[in-house]
Design a protein. Structure first.
Lengths: 507, 357, 310
């Protein structure tokens, strides 16, 4: 079948970072085409370009044989491309009908909308109360509404961005059924995912992106999960050196059977057991959205687990508001340094004083003394420039991260938990941060690093665990698990997945 | 998310800005003065004279400045946390009420003790009023903007009722005010020029400064004002801090009421406060929420209003025109300080840059 | 005791209640539009005061209260435009702007009153006096309550119903609500969020101005300093109590008016209750109802939050 969508030579950079590097991508009519890759591989960027949310620096896009210029979702829809986001862009407090109406279904009149919907429902039933409020509906129904909305506006290619992340097992089955229906009526579906099992199940073809490059495209039936996993994670760019083996001592941080249920009733974390010992670095890998956030919120006591417990040196971890009083020494490097980590408008010395890890300053403190202490600390941690009076917002990302380290390590905590510590940082800053982690390890600190950057996890960790769908696999000693196995786990398959020896090979 | 005044703004700019507003008001005011047939030069001279020209003048100016600045300090503390205390009026009334009740009923005690108790009672009264708003905010999530204004009216009517009945001056020919406080309970004036209230003011300003700049609580307050996320992550007790700042604001407002009662007014009536509460809000805004800024702003406004009212009779300025002068000054003050909001242009630009990543 | 019941049973009480509730109702209706679009308008008080003042000026110089009302509304709209420009386009802090505008309007109106008239003694003007609707005002009970009012009451009821209809039954209203709930989604659906918020704020200014006009031209027939007396803030509470519904705002504003009317009427009777404490009653009631309602009412999701592209 001729290509319905053809993207050629797509290049997109954000500052220094190249999101897509000369990517070619084709989708045929009437197929389910999976787009596979880890975080940061470029899948979302590529599809945002196809949907007009993002303008590529170079490259051309053809839909149905015609070259198109997509300057916004309106253009994309007109060209026949629709997108359903993981968290559908619907207005929660309005009803289904109201949302459809706002979405431009029909020609602006109520009757036109009803007719358009009816037409779609003939082939693709919506099965939902029109007056129901979107916020009362489960995610699966919300996705359906978005799909119907796209179809009612005449799109032929539907991009689904990680739709199964928010669905239950049954709902996933239903979704796949819907996808088959769509394909049978001549539409095409681009299915963004990192889950190999699903990709194998539903797609006709699969393309793998890694680090912004298109690694290859295969017919699903002609390849096997192992090969796909390898394509997904590839070889590390810069294999780091770790000094010797771990000299792990006793367990300092322990999670026992921790489960978290979010406000929608979903199990975002299930039965996590985890020990972090003195003098070791435990890395948790995984694709974003598989439970990293709830796990990160657990450890600082910001969000207590729904079930299970967290122990610090054998005692239950109190909520973070009591840490100063109870002298809890746990340093945390948060995921979002701008929002959670620092007060950007405040001076560095003031930022260093925020947080439970700052040693006691008494009721009233002398600014001179504090500023001096701050300066010493900033110099020790290599913050540049080490001027305590600067506002935090004036530093570069790498330096901001160092300030956070300085603050959190000030009282020599025995345990440090970090989430995506080098996200958005350049290579040099990354290396400095990694070296600091290794130094901490050498000093006997128990370090837990949760990161969606697999290179980072493999570079640092003595033991590696993988989060998938809220469950933790491992942690396994780093020399007992290889990159491909990690890739399989990240994609939802077990390490022991058998190779299908009949498949393999590139198209 | 509300943004608090982050206290970025230096005193020099503050003085420059206020001076500019003054000049603007003077120019506009000159038009009116001329049409009143007032001798301009003489009028402006007299205003200056009446505000700083003699110890008497300075005393009066300070007396005018004390209540608005004390309230302003309280509002400033709340501003830094991103909380808006519009309840100055009510807190002043409750503070004055508490003070007058204590002083009139314990009149047997020696003077200095009476003063102490009176001021303390004032703080309690105002603190209670601020605390109610604080509690409603932290426990029930009620917006302090609405609650403090409601409490203003409630306080006013309580006082209004009391001065017409239970605590009315029996020898006062039926007027709605209380007895005068005994002379020994009056706040002294040092050297004929510095009212005790001014000393209270400076001390209060110093305390607020230390609180905001040199204590952990100050950092908590400022963190709250800068955005809750970082604060919560660091374990900041958001509700508790919110309550605390409203309590502090109430304390200062009550002190303002008590100090005015004991230092100047001498008795409580229901027109006790000519809008001090709201002028206090303005001084805090102009002062960008800093202790020093609020102090300077309050003093400048106090001196000007005192000068103008003093010059009224001396220079033959009709009352109405005097009001106009003040009104125009207020207007110009707001205009020269609009960068409080427009400053956010920089913030908006900042976020645009971030969005490109 | 029986005197209380007498008061409660008098039609005059309810007629007064409606009259007192009108300014708050208008302001609350305006605020409903603004808040449904996601904007918090603390400057409501200033808009009312400006409407009251400019309305008197207009009525004075044109001799016609309806023209005066229009002028009052226009002046309030100017204030609203400032609020809109600063908070929408410049991403200014909505609350600080509102407070500053209140202070500014207070100063300007006092100053202009004195500038135009000697000693600030604003003369009385022809306003919206109450009139009896033929026939209908004869209905026992309801007649004198509903049909012996000034013309503006009918405007108010019409405004409330119209507001409800526009917000819930038109596509324009739908899009406005989307802006207040989820401006990001609304934007991605092609709704021009800034434009809708502007329109909402202008409507708010016009309605608040009309409320102020009624304060001056419909009750006192003149202007006095700060005559809005905090009603703008009560309107803010009314909006929350009414859970952002224009029809419920009718009831909530009436509630406040009723308590105020009750307090006033009790003074005229022999009932020995201190007048001032009764006058505090409406504020206490507002606080209590606000406290009672706040857990259960859900504001538009993006209320008060800035929205900027990117």
């Amino acid at each position: 079948m001729p290509a319905l969508v053809r993207m050629n030579g797509i290049v997109k950079k954000f500052g220094d970072f190249t999101a897509t590097n000369n990517v070619d991508f084709e989708v045929e009519g009437g197929e389910v085409h999976a787009l596979l890759g880890e975080n940061g591989a470029g899948k979302t960027t590529l599809m945002n370009i196809l949907y007009g949310l993002c303008i590529p620096d170079r490259g051309r896009i053809e839909v149905d044989g015609r070259e198109v210029e997509l300057n916004g979702p309106a253009d994309a829809i007109e060209a026949g491309v629709g997108m359903v986001h993981q968290h559908p862009l619907l207005v929660d407090r309005l009803s289904v009908v109201e949302n459809l109406f706002l979405g431009g279904v029909g020609n602006g009149t109520e009757r036109g909308m009803r007719e358009a919907i009816a037409e779609v429902e003939a082939r693709f039933p919506l099965d939902v109360e029109p007056g129901a409020l979107v916020e009362d509906l489960p995610m699966s129904k919300r996705q359906r509404i978005e799909i119907v909305r796209c179809l009612a506006r005449g799109v032929r290619v539907l991009v689904l961005d990680e739709p199964t992340a928010v669905l239950t097992v049954d709902e996933v089955g239903d979704l796949f059924g819907e996808m088959r229906l769509l394909v049978e009526s001549g539409h095409s579906v681009i299915f963004i995912s990192h889950k190999l099992s699903e990709v194998s199940r539903i797609s006709d073809r699969v393309s793998v992106l890694r680090g912004g490059r298109m690694v290859g495209t295969w017919r699903t039936g002609e390849t096997n999960p192992g090969a796909l996993a390898e394509a997904m994670v590839g070889e590390p760019v810069d294999p780091a050196r770790r000094a010797g083996g771990p000299r792990a001592g006793r367990a300092r941080l322990a999670l026992r059977g921790c489960s978290v249920v979010d406000e929608d009733g979903q199990d975002v974390l299930q039965g996590v057991d985890l020990d972090v010992h003195e003098g070791e670095i435990v890395g948790i890998a995984g694709v974003e959205g598989n439970g990293q956030r709830p796990l990160a919120a657990l450890t600082p006591g910001v969000q207590p687990p729904t079930r299970g417990e967290i122990l610090l040196d054998g005692d239950r971890l109190p909520p973070v508001g009591e840490w100063r009083r109870r002298d809890v020494k746990l340093g945390r490097i948060p995921e979002d340094r701008r929002k959670e980590g620092l007060t950007l408008d405040a001076a560095l010395w003031e930022n260093l004083l925020t947080g439970p890890q700052c040693p006691d300053t008494g009721r009233v403190f002398s600014k001179k003394k504090m500023v001096e202490r701050a300066r010493v600390l900033l110099e020790e941690f290599g913050v540049s420039p080490p001027d305590p009076l600067l506002e935090a917002g004036q530093l570069s990302g790498g330096n901001q991260q160092k300030v956070i380290f300085a603050r959190e390590l000030w009282s020599d905590p025995g345990v440090v938990v970090a989430v995506n510590p080098t996200r958005g940082l350049d290579l040099r800053a990354q290396r400095e941060i990694h070296e600091r982690f290794l130094a901490l390890r050498g000093q006997g600190v128990a370090v837990l690093v949760i990161s969606t950057d697999l290179d980072e996890v493999t570079a640092l960790s003595d033991r590696i665990g993988v989060l998938y769908a809220g469950r933790l696999d491992g942690p396994h000693p780093a020399d007992e698990i290889d990159r491909k196995e990690i890739g399989l786990l990240m994609a939802g398959l077990s390490r022991q997945t058998e190779f299908d020896t009949e498949g393999g090979g590139l198209l | 998310m509300r943004r608090a005044l982050t206290g970025r703004g230096d005193t020099v700019m503050l003085i420059v800005r206020t001076a500019a507003a003054l000049v603007g008001a003077a120019l506009v005011g000159a038009i009116f003065l001329l049409s009143d047939g007032v001798d301009l030069i003489f009028a402006f001279e007299e205003i200056l004279n009446q505000s700083v020209g003699s110890s008497f003048a300075i005393k009066n100016s300070l007396i005018d400045a004390v209540p608005i600045t004390l309230v302003g300090l309280g509002v400033a503390v709340a501003f830094r946390a991103g909380i808006f205390n519009l309840g100055g009026e009510g807190q002043i009334y409750m503070g004055a009420l508490a003070a007058v009740l204590v002083v009139l009923n314990l009149s047997g005690l020696p003077g200095p003790l009476l003063i102490l108790l009176g001021l303390a009672a004032g703080m309690v009264g105002g603190g209670l009023w601020g605390g109610i708003a604080g509690g409603l905010r932290s426990r029930l999530g009620l917006s302090e903007i609405i609650t403090t204004i409601m409490l203003n009216f409630i306080a006013f009517w309580i006082v209004s009722y009391l001065v017409r009945g239970p605590i009315q001056d029996p020898g006062g020919a039926g007027y709605p005010y209380t007895e005068e406080i005994p002379a020994k309970a009056e706040l002294p004036v040092i050297g004929g020029m510095i009212p005790f209230g001014a000393i209270l003011l400076v001390v209060a300003a110093a305390v607020v400064w230390v609180l905001l700049e040199r204590t952990r609580m100050g950092i908590s307050i400022k963190s709250l004002g800068a955005g809750e996320a970082a604060g919560r992550f660091a374990g900041l007790k958001v509700e508790r801090t919110g309550f605390n700042v409203l309590l502090i604001a109430g304390l200062l407002g009550g002190l303002a009421g008590a100090a005015s009662l004991l230092g100047n007014e001498g008795r409580l009536s229901d027109f006790f406060s000519p809008g001090w509460g709201f002028i206090g809000v303005m001084t805090a805004l102009i002062g960008r929420g800093t202790a020093v800024g609020t102090l300077v702003a309050g003093l400048m406004i106090g001196f000007l209003t005192s000068g103008i009212s003093g010059a009224q009779s001396a220079a033959g300025i009709p009352t109405a025109t005097a009001q106009i002068l003040l009104g125009v000054f207020v207007l110009f003050l707001i205009i020269v300080n609009t960068d409080i909001v427009v400053r956010h242009l920089r913030r908006a630009a900042f976020s645009l840059r971030r969005a490109e990543r | 005791m029986s005197e209380f019941l007498d008061v409660l049973g008098s039609t005059a009480l309810y007629a007064t209640a409606i009259r007192l509730a009108l300014p708050i109702l208008f302001a609350a209706l305006g605020e409903v539009f603004a808040e449904r679009a996601g904007l918090v308008n603390v400057g409501l008080e200033g808009m009312m005061l400006m409407g009251a003042f400019a309305g008197v000026i207009g009525a004075h110089y044109t001799g016609n209260p309806w023209l005066g009302a229009l002028i009052g509304m226009a002046a309030a709209v100017v204030i609203a435009a400032i609020q809109a420009g600063v908070s929408i386009n410049l991403s200014g802090d909505q609350i600080v702007v509102g407070i500053a505008l209140n202070l500014a309007v207070l100063g300007v109106t006092s100053f202009l009153a004195r500038a135009i008239w000697e000693g600030g003694d604003v003369p009385k003007v022809d306003g919206f006096s109450a009139f009896s609707m033929p026939l209908l005002s004869g209905i026992p009970g309801l007649g004198p309550i509903l049909f012996k009012q000034s013309a503006l009451i009918y405007v108010a009821i019409a405004a409330a119903v119209l507001s409800w209809w526009v917000l819930t039954r038109t596509s324009w209203g739908l899009r406005l609500r989307a802006c207040g709930e989820d401006p990001r989604s609304a934007d991605s659906l092609g709704i021009p969020v800034f434009a809708y918020r502007w329109k909402a704020m202008i409507i708010c200014g016009a309605l608040a101005g009309l409320g102020g006009v009624f304060l001056s031209l419909g009750q006192l027939f003149t202007f006095s300093d700060n005559m809005s007396g905090g009603r703008g803030f009560i309107a803010l509470a009314v909006v929350i109590i009414a859970r952002w519904s224009p029809l419920r705002a009718l009831g909530a504003a009436f509630l406040f008016g009723a308590f105020e009317a009750f307090a006033l009427r009790v003074q005229v009777t022999d009932i020995d209750v201190p007048a001032e404490l009764m006058l505090a009653l409406p504020y206490v009631v507002t606080l209590l109802v606000y406290a009672g309602v706040v857990g259960r009412s859900r504001p538009p999701k993006s209320l008060g939050r800035e929205y900027s592209r990117g």
